[in-house]
Design a protein around this ligand. Structure first.
Ligand code: ADP
Length: 439
């Protein structure tokens, strides 16, 4: 059958075809008038052509409408079946979309939510508390911003204790075709069970590392006694020293694992105090000078003419993070190379930026995005330095984020590497509390 006729039959009963059927009566009238010789057949032909045009247009717009409604139906199905919560609201915080996953996360009915305006004042009503604290994260008991303020999509982790919930909320703006913002969409990922699992894994590592630590300390102590015993033979002393070095490396790995698992479960324990960032870095670098000398590396400090930069830090933890970066810059360097640590106050932003630059082996481009993951070591680093756990940068990132800062790196393989990290100079940017840290 002709495609045109098939379409007419397919869409005949739909509302979009009404004009075509209503105007067909005109054709009938014109046939009667022509047959009675009241008008000529010319008028009928003109009307017929016009009607065919109306019919074509009706079929076209009906088909278009059907396509649009079927794709918006598909979109609705996708949103309804998503495991993550999806909430859309306009600039007045009037909710327009609230999918079933959101209903189960926030324990409220879609019919009570859609069309309602949500303001921060509703936080006092128990029924809306969880939803309002997620829409306005600054009202939540525990918030960790994962993206910079004002940059979209915004990512934030919010945690609640009653009920126990860990949510990662991604917010983006929605604009119409002219670019005008018409509202916001939030994707809410419930991480509660992921975090529970990670916590139990991390507890397992903590217990195991603790169990290993005590006998290892005993072995180390016994080996030290043999190595320094005047009655022991030279051969035994030599062997004891070799065994002692191995035991010390093992102890360091166990300590790293212990610290990482404590950090992941939010139990590292931070003691913040006011400090001058410049003198803090100066002291840390003085402690690292002997290592730099051992490797034949020159260590420089560039203060950018700043004498005092007030910050609030945990000096032990941040000292560990800085030592990790400088240690790597020394270890993965070339003979007679250099390491420069530079501090500057960021222009127009409440942060200090610390750069650790080296003239070393560099990092291959494909390794740059894996640097801060647990146990990662690049091939060129493994061949240069066989020892290493791949835990240092993971730990360093966690410590810097706990201070409210960020860390990133760039590198030219064979030429050197720059690690950058920020520390807030506005103390309100420091997260209020240590959190479960699944990086
Ligand atoms: P480790 O040094 O024990 O291997 P880290 O977590 O400190 O572990 O570093 C992870 C990896 O990052 C290193 O193995 C190396 O591949 C790379 N890396 C870190 N710092 C540097 C650097 N300054 N120059 C080149 N590679 C680096």
């Amino acid at each position: 059958m002709n495609k045109y006729i098939k379409n007419i039959l397919k869409y005949a009963g739909l509302p979009g075809m009404r004009i075509a059927w209503a105007t067909i009566a005109l054709l009938g009238v014109s046939i009667v008038l022509s047959a009675l010789n009241v008008s000529d057949w010319g008028l009928f032909i003109v009307l017929l052509l016009m009607w065919v045009a109306v019919l074509g247009n009706s079929i076209y717009s009906t088909r278009l409408n059907m396509e649009v409604s079927s794709s918006s139906e598909k979109m609705k199905n996708v949103i309804s079946n998503l495991k993550d919560g999806v909430v859309f609201y306009d600039e007045n915080f009037r909710i327009g979309i609230f999918n079933p996953a959101s209903e189960s996360i926030f324990r409220v009915d879609k019919k009570d939510v859609v069309g309602k305006i949500f303001g921060p004042e509703l936080v006092t009503e128990q029924k809306w508390k969880l939803l309002v604290q997620t829409l306005f994260p600054s009202l939540a008991p525990l918030v960790v911003w994962k993206s910079e303020a004002g940059v979209y999509p915004q990512v934030v982790d919010v945690s609640f204790t009653d009920p126990g919930l860990d949510l990662r909320v991604t917010t983006d703006r929605l604009a119409d075709s002219s670019g005008r913002i018409i509202g916001f969409i939030k994707i809410i990922h419930d991480r509660t069970s992921e975090i529970k699992l990670a916590k139990s894994e991390s507890e397992f590592v903590t217990v195991t590392a603790h169990q290993l630590r005590t006998p290892l300390t005993g072995i180390n102590w016994s080996l030290q006694s043999i190595a320094s015993d005047p009655d022991a033979g030279e051969n035994a002393k030599g062997l004891a020293k070799i065994a002692m070095e191995a035991a010390e490396k093992l102890l360091k790995t166990v300590d790293d694992l212990l610290n990482v698992s404590k950090m992941e479960s939010g139990a590292l324990g931070y003691a913040f105090e006011d400090a001058n960032l410049i003198s803090f870095i100066n002291t840390q670098l003085n402690n690292l000078l002997p290592t730099a000398r051992t490797y034949g590396i020159n260590l420089y400090f560039d203060k950018s003419n700043v004498e005092s930069l007030p910050v609030r830090i945990d000096p032990d933890r941040l000292g560990l993070a800085l030592a990790n970066l400088v240690d790597n810059a020394i270890k993965y360097n070339n003979p007679n190379g250099s390491v420069t640590v530079k501090v500057e106050k960021q222009q127009d932003k409440p942060y200090a930026v610390i750069t650790v630059s080296d003239t070393g082996i560099g990092i291959p481009p494909d390794a740059l995005n894996k640097l801060f993951t647990k146990f990662f070591r690049a091939e060129n680093a493994i061949s240069k330095q066989t020892e290493g756990t791949g835990l240092g940068l993971y730990m360093t990132k966690g410590i810097i984020e706990r201070h409210g800062g960020r860390i990133w790196a760039d590198s030219v393989p064979g030429r050197g590497t720059n690690f950058y990290f920020t520390i807030p100079t506005d103390f309100n940017l420091i997260p209020p509390k240590e959190v479960i840290n699944l990086l």
